[in-house]
Design a protein around this ligand. Structure first.
Ligand code: M6R
Length: 573
């Protein structure tokens, strides 16, 4: 993962770089650092705390040439030595890297120099130093020896070179000079147009001139793209991003519906005729919304399967030229999902990206795009974007079965009446000491259980599992005792009685049951849900469970926005 940036400017670029890193922090926050040129020498400042700490440490620093990095550790622990930027053994070249050099061990063995860190990136900067020619020539020839992925920015003797394979990288002019970053939202300064680097393309950046090169070192011409203006006028300000974002769900669902009813999203699609099969591919929370989507499609008679991207890529799936393949991703940058999209594009399948980020990599790969209008998500735990994904997949299933028009009133009614429901404080106090937590449900409620369990693990570090309620008796019931809390979700009418029998089996073994349901039931501690049409219940029921994870996390004194070991965008395989 990681985020990188580079600036070559007329005025001091240090503050620009630090500002960009603050925006890129969602890509990893294990450590951060910058290198800059000062009186012909490279100076480096790093922090193991956060970007604000880096800002303090660099307040008095000035330079016209700066590279910066925010890290999600892959090779080597979270230490200052492993933090980027990395310097070559002569200290003449500094590099920041996002990606993984897979053959770094072999390369390292062949380089005759001393290494300071355990990283693959330090191998790359020394490999570059060992090559011959100008900086751009050295970077390009080193890249040929490298297996794996990279977006890099490299400085030497006042020169700045960037390049990429798989990991994203964008470059631009702005009124103060030139900039390169992992994400267009991290351009600081007045950028109007930007350039997308494709795989195995490189650029040499001078204050007022950017030259592009292909992997053979030949100069190439590239067309600029207009920088989209992303305005978000509905931000709710609460003490954490996660809390604000859960609370924004109502507004963003309304916005999403408005966009789908008023704009040309559906008429712009170029879909195969008479779709009989839809396959959805995604990771993490987006995988759960994909599972929900598959249920909606099946309800409309469309055969549907769901795949975890990291498994699909190396699997043995039999492809169907008439099927539609949907890639669900909040960021549109997730490496595993992107790899699947590229693979299926090569095989000429019909692709659709369901993303929350305009201009993202996934949108550029897929011929069709369905946006979710959730606004930017900052918290690592995805909440409002998940609800929007589920909502858009439901709307799309109605569109495909030509039932959208008939359901518009129902959709509007839902977005008007739906209420955000926090987790009951007294109940939280009563159950917060359980260390063994199961989430159970049947059918769509089981998918909600999966998502609720992921949220809890992700931010409160409490081990929990989600299991279809009917499956408990086939093994997992052995774990149930008086130390077990079972949170059961019940919104599916046709399996309600079956679920209640499953809960009796838990209670008979001493397990504590909390029922999250819109049905009446006096037998269990209950979190009563607002009653809505069954297909909206996955959204209604996940909200108090997102809050459950959040409140548990707060009770334990953790920061929900930056859980340990994770990052918002997972841009490595
Ligand atoms: O950006 P994406 O939706 O592709 O991200 C996929 C997962 O990495 C993401 O949903 C992850 O599971 C979340 N942190 C969960 O809250």
């Amino acid at each position: 993962m990681c985020g990188i940036c580079a600036y070559k400017t007329k005025e001091n670029a240090v503050k620009f770089a630090v500002e960009s890193l603050k925006i890129l922090e969602y890509r990893g926050y294990d450590s951060c650092g910058i290198s800059f040129l000062k009186n012909g020498e490279i100076e480096t400042v790093k922090s193991l705390i956060d970007i604000d700490d880096l800002k303090k440490k660099t307040e008095n620093k000035t330079s016209n040439l700066v590279i910066g990095h925010t890290r999600w550790a892959t090779h080597g622990g979270v230490t200052l030595k492993n933090a980027h930027p990395h310097l070559s053994s002569s200290n003449k070249i500094a590099l920041v890297h996002n990606g993984i050099i897979e053959n770094y061990k072999t390369l390292k063995e062949n380089l005759n120099c001393a290494f300071q860190s355990e990283t693959d990136s330090e191998v790359l900067v020394n490999l570059i130093e060992s090559e011959k020619g100008s900086l751009i020539e050295k970077v390009i020839s080193a890249s040929k020896k490298v297996e794996g992925t990279f977006a890099i920015a490299v400085i030497e003797n006042g020169e700045l070179v960037v390049g990429k394979r798989e990991s994203p990288l964008y470059v631009a002019y702005f009124d103060g000079g030139v900039v390169a970053t992992s994400d267009i939202s991290a351009f600081v300064g007045n950028v109007k147009e930007f350039y997308i680097l494709n795989d195995n393309e490189f650029a040499s950046l001078n204050e007022n001139k950017i030259e592009f090169f292909n992997e053979n070192g030949e100069k190439i011409k590239k067309n600029a793209e207009i920088l989209p203006k992303i305005t978000q006028n509905f931000k709710i300000f609460d003490k954490t991003h996660m809390e604000s974002e859960i609370k924004e769900t109502k507004i963003v669902l309304k916005n999403t519906l408005k966009e789908y009813l008023n704009s040309s999203v559906f008429s712009d699609l170029n879909l195969p005729k008479n779709i009989k099969e839809i396959n959805l591919i995604a990771c993490g929370t987006a995988f759960h919304s994909a599972l929900m989507g598959a249920e909606f499609f099946k309800e409309q008679g469309i055969n549907s399967h769901t795949y975890v991207a990291s498994e699909f890529r190396y699997g043995r799936e039999i492809l169907n030229k008439n099927a539609l393949y949907i890639f669900v991703s909040q960021s549109g940058e997730t490496a595993d999902t992107i790899a699947c999209a590229k693979l299926l594009k090569e095989k000429k399948m019909h692709l659709l990206a369901l993303t929350n980020t305009p201009n993202c990599v996934l949108n550029r790969i897929c011929e069709n795009v369905l946006p979710t209008f959730a606004g930017k998500e900052f918290a690592v735990a995805s909440t409002k974007a998940y609800c929007c994904q589920v909502f858009v997949l439901f709307i799309f299933s109605l569109f495909l079965s030509q039932k959208l028009q008939d359901n518009i009133d129902e959709l509007i009614k839902f977005t008007n009446e739906f209420q955000i429901q926090d987790f009951d404080k007294d109940l939280l106090n009563k159950i917060s000491s359980f260390q063994k937590i199961f989430f159970v449900g049947r059918e769509k409620d089981y998918i909600t259980a999966l998502e609720a369990s992921l949220k809890l693990k992700e931010i409160s570090y409490i081990n929990s599992i989600a299991i279809p309620a009917g499956e408990l008796k086939h093994g997992t019931l052995a774990l149930v005792d008086e130390n077990t809390l079972v949170i059961a979700i019940s919104t599916e009418k046709n399996v309600r009685e079956k679920l209640l029998s499953n809960l009796e089996e838990i209670r008979a073994r001493g397990g504590e049951v909390v029922l999250v349901s819109n049905f009446s039931c006096k037998d269990y501690i209950k979190i009563p849900l607002q009653a809505m049409h069954e297909n909206f219940m996955p959204i209604v029921s996940i909200i108090p469970l997102q809050f459950f994870a959040l409140r548990m996390c707060e009770k334990l004194g953790y920061n929900p926005d930056k859980p340990k070991n994770l990052a918002k965008s997972v841009t490595v395989e």
